[in-house]
Ligand binder design. Structure first.
Ligand code: ADP
Ligand code: F6P
Length: 324
């Protein structure tokens, strides 16, 4: 790229995630320590269209590392998916004096960043979504905190499930991906984990497992279902009818999107934010930063968007063996 980047913008886009503030903090602190100016853009790409920007300094990001949500707010901005909207965003960047942009969000946000890059605004994507469904990275900001929120909630549900000898079906988030379901299912010791990536057989994967373990003395059950599988109310009813065990559904919903970021979350977000600014400071744009085998990596944004994330079927099989 070679271009001298002196002023950067930073925004959060798409679904918010705990840890985004830690990333914003790392971006601001790293940039200012490299002699750059930082403009915070509010409400994702819509902030670029409305010019909702403000200068940030070292103190702008004090006392936020421990807070969920995003101090820059986030939004979905359909207008930005149009050529006209993007051209307006580029014009606004020029008016604001922004030479480079850090976008914290998911795949959709990265597509927007790609389009801006093509139009001459160097962008770096930082993966931020609790779904952890971004192919270019093993970790996206929000995932660890969401897992721990599910854990705390399911541990509570276990108490009442045990007291009543019940089957508790718990629906978790993930849009179209089963990463929260798989990892929380293992951590919670769920009897079965249902994910959109792997078709399941109601009789074999649920009813037979419950009956088999009942005989072995198991008295209550937790089943984790990713929201992408769907029909959890009906599934819960079918389980009760098929097994005679009282079954109750809990849809965890938006508690998974908030909360105090975990230590791993804050460290990951800080490392990703730091690398994003290092790239821009070296005049490098159009990249996505990520984690691969505990190393911070970066990929060309177009390449990153072409990558396909492979569901860990071995981990899925393990989950279903150790739950019996
Ligand atoms: P996430 O970034 O979490 O995947 P979305 O898919 O909702 O969230 O995308 C967030 C925003 O990114 C959208 O509101 C839109 O402004 C922008 N965006 C999404 N897809 C595209 C696209 N194909 N081209 C340009 N911008 C996009
Ligand atoms: O992408 C993160 C996520 O929380 C998904 O898990 C969920 O399906 C979706 O966002 C909900 O979208 P919204 O916040 O727009 O209702």
């Amino acid at each position: 790229m070679g271009m001298e980047i002196k002023t950067i913008g930073v925004l959060t886009s798409g679904g918010d995630a705990p840890g985004m503030n830690a990333a914003i903090r790392a971006v601001v602190r790293t940039a200012i320590n490299k002699g750059m100016r930082v403009l915070g853009i509010r409400r994702g790409y819509s902030g670029l269209l409305t010019g909702d920007a403000f200068e940030m300094n070292l103190r702008s990001v004090s006392d936020i590392i421990q807070r969920g949500g995003t101090i820059l707010y986030t939004a979905r901005c359909p207008e930005f998916t149009t050529e006209e909207g993007q051209d307006r965003a580029v014009k606004m960047c020029k008016e604001l004096g922004i030479d480079g942009l850090v976008v914290i969000g998911g795949d959709g946000s990265f597509r927007g960043a790609r389009d801006l890059s093509v139009k001459g605004i160097p962008c770096i994507g930082i993966p931020g979504t609790i779904d952890n469904d971004i192919a270019a990275t093993e970790y996206s900001i929000g995932f660890d905190t969401a897992l721990n929120t599910v854990l705390q909630s399911v541990d509570r549900i276990r108490d009442t499930s045990q007291s009543h000898d019940r089957c508790s079906v718990v629906e978790v988030m993930g849009r179209g991906a089963g990463y929260i379901a798989l990892h929380s299912g293992i951590a919670c010791g769920a009897l079965s984990v249902l994910v959109p990536e792997v078709p399941y057989d109601f009789q074999r994967d649920i009813v037979d497992k419950m009956k088999k373990t009942l005989k072995a003395g198991k008295q209550h059950f937790v089943i984790i279902v990713a929201e992408g599988v769907g029909h959890t109310q009906e599934l819960t009813k079918r389980i009760e009818e098929a097994t005679g065990i009282t079954s109750r559904l809990t849809v965890l919903g938006y508690v998974q999107r908030g909360g105090v970021p975990t230590a791993r979350e804050r460290i990951m977000a800080s490392r990703l934010g730091y690398r994003a600014v290092e790239l821009l400071a070296n005049g490098i744009g159009n990249r996505v930063v990520g984690l691969q085998r505990d190393e911070i990596v970066d990929y060309d944004i177009v390449e990153a968007l072409k990558m396909v994330k492979h569901f860990d079927i071995d981990l899925y099989k393990m989950a279903n063996v150790i739950s019996l």
